[in-house]
Each structure stands twice: as structure tokens, then as C-alpha cells.
Design a protein around this ligand. Structure first.
Ligand code: T1G
Length: 703
């Protein structure tokens, strides 16, 4: 993020109104220079005898979006945001906050400390601290209930949801919404309140605070039920609102300060803050120094199956004009049906209005002819994961697409460089590995091969960002990493699980252990979801590693026709229309027979054994991807595992988890490949740790 300009706060004057203007691009984060600037400007303004009222405004796209999150790991610098808010609230002249864009977190707290708030009609506001494992720590938990009541305040703080200006004025969060020039309206409003309504008295107890205690208690129950007794920030938020109901403001602020410090020090908040910055770091590609994304308005998608239709929906939702090419009349109709059903569901659930759904579909053209590809700025080939079919299709697309168009292939296993060669224009080819369902999942791996031009890579990266998704760069080559980052790690993860399955664990036990660690689904539930035949085809297509232990259980499952949810039977059995299965007893028999054939005497595994082995496998695979340059930084691996595979976000991802105390060491490139290769070694301590873990892992596997 750009450094704050020299003076990120200016003091201007319009007649008897002083204007404090914040300018700290890109989001006016309230770093220490900004806080000091506002405090100095406010003191000067209030002391000036010509000042009857003060307006706090911000230049740029938004009113402050919050405290500067990067300061949380540094020594506190005064004034804290809480101290600044108290200074504003105690000012002896009325202060008006002028809100545009998204006033979030500490930004909204600053506005709530002002005596009045006026917002542009398009403005939104919220307190998203919960997503960082913390709580509003600058008076928000004490002021918000006094403005909108404890129930609505708890809703806003426990969900982190934003509200629009119209709703905000109805709730009592702001005083006025304007369609006119915000700055002008704010000055006029300040001038009027200066005369009619001096500074509002210090906000006191809520009326009938005790009357709300039952609902606060009920909310605490709900938090425990839904998030567990250890969900620190949510419970602390309820405690703070309770303090607002029962205690004077000063004491309530002390309760909040102590609760905030507990949360900010928690491992969960450290993980969530790491995740926030990791997602933004991932979008920083080295190619950005050589090229900017080309403008993309018209997108063509070749292949209207589940993935192609999902990508089409994501593109339509982001305002692109979309041509979807499917072969044959039936293919086109099936794609149209799939997309139509998505919009019907979205309208039925209130996610979209009828008009919005209809409008989106006007930007969709369905065809079974490739000759329309010449109009597209970017083409995504999303046909079946079959090398020959893709190579042939990319050759046809390469011949039809405009010379300046970028061509992306949706693959995550196939040899990208070879596919690029087959297209006849390798510089224009980029890999885009969307994660299903493509219209929902935020993650897209951007596959980069040797011949890809910086322009093509950055255009593909810009397209992914325009979809509102998180691009993660994978420098792909055949061999380890051919599955990009996610699927390469998933293979290692599954291999570790399969070894334990063969040695004595059950699918349900392994799944349960990984769910209790925090994954939404265990590895065998994921296998059933994605289809056992997909991975089976991949295993059959690649040569076996003679040095690695091969577990045939999954192959035998496919040979029995147990393909997972698609066949209603896999590691679990699925009743009609059910996605939650029950363990498949026949699989346990198959595994027992398999062990007997291989002379394996089953052994017990604790949940901790299962978890440690799988986490070690993930971290070692991640270290290998770093060492081979497939992943640019450890936090990219964290982003892929969190967004693509449900790794618990509160842990910040596997590489952050592996050694939470030294992420900067992990950040250097490292390898657990060949100790003799000093060029690849990055950080001895972590390598020693990983080598020890690898040995532990090997010992574990040796049984
Ligand atoms: N602190 C520091 N940097 C921030 C930041 C913040 N609060 N918000 C954004 N950035 C950086 C971001 O890293 C990126 O940097 C650039 O700004 C553009 O952001 C006391 C304790 C507002 C919805 O949680 O949700 O206040 O990559 O890419 O997609 O109670 O930024 O360019 O180097 O995300 O348009 C509470 C966090 C803080 C809001 C805009 N506030 N920000 O999204 O841009 S805690 C938040 C966002 C707090 C108080 C508590 C989003 C956005 P770079 P971006 P965007």
C-alpha cells in the first residue's frame, strides 16, 4: 500500500465552519499520521473563535475504511483511535462527519464519535472487525448500541455486514442522506446545527438498559450454539454491549479496551489478519512490472458444462458481455438451462431481483459456432480435462481469435506448455484453474508457462480480479507442480490419508479428525464430492513413482463403480437428493480384504496422528512448491488452501500454521528437496524444522 502523503490531513475553513480533510490513499486508513493530523486540526479548529462548527471529510473514493491493520503488530502510537474518538465526542463545538464510499471499522467509529453524520446516498457503512478476529476497539461497542439499540448493534458487529445510507438513517446511525454535493451539504448542515443544536450531551446509559438483558443473554446463547464457547471475539462483543447497557460510558470503554486487547493477541486474529494481507499479496504478480492488464469487455467461453457455465455466470455477474460456445443444439440447451436455473434460484432467494436477472441474461449469447470468437477480448477454453481434446480445441481457437486476444485454458493437471504450443500462439496462452462452483468460489490459479507473455498473464490476472476473485500465480511445469498449487498439495494430502487408510484408519475417522481440525469436509467427503473417477483417470495417466508407496484402495473403489456422490455410492452412501452420506460398509470390507492381500496388520491411529501426518504432508508439499518456484511465496499457498480447500481461515493457512512464529523466515524461498543444493536453501531454522517434521512423517509412515 502507498505510504501516507507528507500531510495526510488538512484544515480548511468555509466561513464559520472548519473543514478537516483526510487524504491518505488508497482507502484513508487511520494510521498514526492521520490520527495525529486530525487531533491537531480539531484542537486548532475548536480553539479558533471564528469556528462555530467542524466538518470531518475525506478525499478520494471513501471515508476511512478503518484503523491501519498493519499497525496491530507494532507498538501502539498515540493518539490511539479510541483517544481520538473521545477527543471528537468531547469537543465543545459540534462536529459533523461527511461519509462517502464505505465507512468501515474505525472509520465508522470516528463518524459515530462525531455529534452528527451526513452520508452520500451511495455510501455504505459497517463494522467488519469480526472478520479479523477482533471487535470495534475505538468506542464502537459503546456508541453503536446508544445510537441504534443493542439488538441491531449486535447484528452489525457479529456479522460484520454493511448497511446502505438509506437504512442507516432509518436505524438512527446517521442523521441525513444527501444526493447533492456531500461537502457542500455537510458544511450547510454544520452551520445549521451550530445554531440550533450544540454538541450533543455525552451519550449516557441506554434508556431501559436492563430491559434488554434478556435479549443479550439470548444472543450469547446463540453465539455459543453456533460458534462454540471458545469463539473469543463474538463473545467479547456481547460482553461489551452488555457493558454499554449497564455501565457508564467511561467504564464501558475500559471494558471494550480490555476485550480488544484480548482479541488482538489471539492466534485466531493473527491468522485472520494474515489471511487478509495474504489475499492481497497474491494478486501482486512479477509481470506487473512489464505489462498492464489489457481492457476486457467481451469474453467468450468454450464449453458450457458445469465449469464453463459457472465461469459464464461469474462473468455476467461482473458486467461482462459473454458468448458461451457449446457443441450441438442439446449442449447449448443444457448450458442455457443450467444458467437459467442459477438465475431462477438467485431471484427466488432474493439475491437478485427479477429485473437484475433478466438484465444479466441480455448480455449472454449462446451458440454452437466457434466463428463468433473473433469478437472476444479474452477466451476461456473450459472443455473436458483431456489433453488431445484441449490441444485440438486450442488450435482451432488460436486460428479464430483476434491477434490481440488472450486465450485461457481451464486446466490444472495437463501440461500447459504443450497445450500452449498446440494453440500455435503460445505467448497468448495462460492457464486459469477455476475452483467449482466457479460462480461462487473466490479462488482462481493463474498458470504461467515459459512462453506466456507478461501482457497475457496480466490481462488474465486483471480479468480474475474483475470477477471479484483472488488470482494466485502458479509457475507451472511438468512434474511436481503440474497440478498447480492446490491439486499438487491435495495429491500429497490424499496420499498421506490413503497410507493411514491402508494401515488401519477408516474414511470416517480420517474425515472426522480433519473436520475437528477445522476443515468443512474431510478428504474422503471431498473425494466423493468431486468424483473418484477424476483422480483415477489422473493416476492412470501418469507414470508411478517407484520410490513412493502406492495405495490401490481408491482404484478398487472405481473398479467397483463407487464413484462418490455422482453414483450415490463412494466412501459414503447417499440417499436420493442427500449430500450428507453415511459410511459405506462395503468399503470397509474392501479395505480389510485389501490389507489382508498386502499382509498389512491394521494399527490404531489417534485423531492427533491423523492430523499431524496430513498437516506435515501439506506443509512439505508447500515447501516443495516454493523450492521449485511453482508458488512465489508461502502466503500464496495459504490463500490457495483457505479459499480452494477450506483450510481453517482462523489459522491463516498451512504455511502460516506450520511455524506461526516465523512467517518471515518461511517467506524466503526454501526447499526440502536436496540439502546439497545450497542455492535452493532459504532459511536453515525452518528447513531444520521441516526436515525434522519430514523425518517424523517418514517415521510415522514407516509405522
Ligand atoms: N489497513 C491497512 N491497509 C488496508 C486496509 C486497512 N484497514 N484496508 C485496505 N487496505 C489496503 C489493502 O491491503 C490494499 O493494499 C489497499 O488498501 C486496497 O485495498 C479500531 C480495529 C475497504 C472493502 O477491516 O475490506 O478499524 O494491496 O485491495 O478491493 O475498531 O480494503 O494496494 O498494497 O482491499 O477496493 C476494519 C478492510 C479495520 C476493512 C476495499 N476495517 N479493508 O476493498 O481494495 S480494524 C476493515 C477492506 C479497525 C477499529 C478496528 C477493503 C475494502 P495494497 P483492497 P478493495
Amino acid at each position: 500500500m502507498k505510504q501516507a502523503p507528507k500531510h495526510p490531513v488538512r484544515l480548511e475553513r468555509q466561513g464559520n465552519v472548519a473543514l478537516i480533510v483526510i487524504e491518505n490513499p488508497p482507502v484513508n486508513a487511520l494510521g498514526v499520521a492521520v490520527r495525529r493530523g486530525i487531533a491537531a486540526a480539531l484542537n486548532a479548529a475548536v480553539a479558533h473563535d471564528k469556528t462555530d462548527a467542524v466538518v470531518i471529510a475525506a478525499n478520494g473514493r471513501t471515508f476511512p475504511v478503518g484503523a491501519d491493520i498493519r499497525e496491530f503488530d507494532m507498538a501502539p502510537q498515540e493518539p490511539s483511535l479510541g483517544q481520538l474518538c473521545n477527543l471528537i465526542e468531547r469537543a465543545q463545538k459540534p462536529v459533523v462527519a461527511a461519509i462517502q464510499g464505505t465507512a468501515l471499522g474505525g472509520g465508522l467509529e470516528l463518524a459515530m464519535a462525531a455529534h452528527y453524520r451526513i452520508a452520500a446516498k451511495s455510501a455504505r457503512m459497517g463494522l467488519p472487525e469480526i472478520h479479523l478476529g477482533i471487535l470495534p476497539g475505538a468506542g464502537g461497542t459503546q456508541r453503536l448500541p446508544r445510537l441504534i439499540g443493542p439488538e441491531l448493534a449486535l447484528d452489525m458487529m457479529l456479522t460484520g455486514n454493511q448497511v446502505g445510507a438509506g437504512i442507516a438513517v432509518e436505524m438512527g446511525l446517521i442523521d441525513l442522506v444527501t444526493d447533492n454535493d456531500l461537502r457542500t451539504e455537510a458544511v450547510a448542515y454544520a452551520r445549521s446545527v451550530a445554531v440550533t443544536r450544540p454538541t450533543s450531551a455525552n451519550r449516557t446509559h441506554l434508556v431501559d438498559g436492563v430491559g434488554y438483558m434478556a435479549s443479550v443473554a439470548a444472543r450469547r446463547e446463540q453465539v455459543t450454539m453456533e460458534l462454540g464457547v471458545n469463539a473469543l471475539a463474538p463473545h467479547k462483543i456481547v460482553d461489551c454491549v452488555e457493558a454499554a447497557l449497564l455501565l457508564p460510558m467511561e467504564t464501558g470503554l475500559e471494558v471494550e479496551r480490555s476485550a480488544f486487547e484480548d482479541c488482538i493477541a489471539s492466534r485466531e486474529s493473527e491468522g485472520l489478519r494474515h489471511a487478509f494481507f495474504a489475499e492481497r499479496a497474491a494478486a501482486k504478480f512479477p509481470e506487473a512490472t512489464e505489462a498492464k492488464p489489457a481492457q476486457v469487455d467481451r469474453v467468450a467461453i468454450v464449453g458450457g458444462g458445469m465449469m464453463g457455465s459457472g465461469i459464464a455466470i461469474a462473468a455476467l455477474q461482473s458486467g461482462f458481455t459473454v458468448t458461451l460456445v457449446e457443441q450441438g443444439e442439446s449442449g447449448v440447451n443444457a448450458a442455457l438451462e443450467r444458467i437459467g436455473a442459477y438465475y431462477e434460484r438467485s431471484v427466488a432467494k432474493g439475491r437478485l431481483s427479477e429485473a437484475q436477472g433478466a438484465a444479466a441474461l441480455t448480455h449472454l449469447q449462446l451458440t454452437n459456432k466457434l466463428d463468433t470468437l473473433g469478437e472476444a477480448d479474452l477466451i476461456v477454453e473450459a472443455i473436458a480435462e483431456d489433453f488431445d481434446l484441449k490441444a485440438q480445441m486450442l488450435a482451432e481457437i488460436g486460428a479464430l481469435a483476434r491477434p490481440d486476444a488472450v486465450i485461457a485454458t481451464n486446466t490444472s493437471y495437463l501440461d500447459l506448455a504443450a497445450l500452449a504450443e498446440a494453440s500455435g500462439r503460445p505467448a497468448d496462452i495462460v492457464g486459469l484453474h477455476f475452483f467449482a462452483p466457479a460462480q461462487v468460489n473466490k479462488l482462481v490459479e493463474v498458470g504461467v508457462h515459459d512462453a506466456a507473455s507478461a501482457q497475457s498473464v496480466m490481462t488474465a490476472q486483471g480479468f480474475v480480479r474483475a470477477l471479484g476473485k483472488t488470482p494466485v500465480r502458479a509457475r507451472v511445469h511438468a512434474g511436481f507442480g503440474a497440478g498447480y498449487i492446490g491439486n499438487s498439495i491435495l495429491e500429497a494430502y490424499r496420499h498421506a490419508a490413503d497410507i493411514m487408510l491402508e494401515d488401519g484408519a477408516t474414511p470416517a475417522q480420517i474425515d472426522g479428525a480433519m473436520r475437528s481440525f477445522g476443515f468443512q469436509l474431510g478428504p474422503y467427503q471431498v473425494a466423493d464430492l468431486s468424483g473418484l473417477d477424476i483422480a483415477y483417470a489422473r493416476r492412470q495417466s501418469k507414470p508411478r513413482d517407484p520410490d513412493a508407496r502406492y495405495v490401490e484402495i481408491a482404484d478398487k473403489m472405481v473398479e467397483h463403480g463407487w464413484l462418490g456422490q455422482k453414483s450415490k455410492r463412494g466412501y459414503y452412501i447417499y440417499a436420493e437428493g442427500q449430500r450428507q452420506g453415511v459410511p459405506n460398509g462395503d468399503v470397509l470390507k474392501l479395505i480389510a480384504e485389501h490389507r489382508a492381500q498386502k499382509g498389512i496388520t491394521p494399527r490404531k491411529f489417534s485423531d492427533r496422528d491423523i492430523r499431524d501426518r496430513i498437516l506435515l504432508a501439506i506443509v512439505n508439499a508447500g515447501a516443495r512448491l516454493l523450492g521449485e518456484g511453482v508458488a512465489a511465496r508461502p502466503s500464496d499457498i495459504d490463500v490457495v488452501m483457505m479459499l480452494g480447500f477450506g483450510y481453517p481461515r482462523s489459522r491463516g493457512g498451512p504455511m502460516m500454521d506450520a511455524d506461526a512464529t516465523t512467517p518471515s523466515i518461511i517467506a524466503s524461498r526454501l526447499s526440502v528437496l536436496e540439502p546439497e543444493e545450497p542455492a535452493l536453501w532459504g532459511a536453515a531454522p525452518v528447513l531444520t524444522m521441516l526436515a525434522q517434521e519430514r523425518q517424523k512423517f517418514a517415521d510415522l509412515n514407516a509405522g
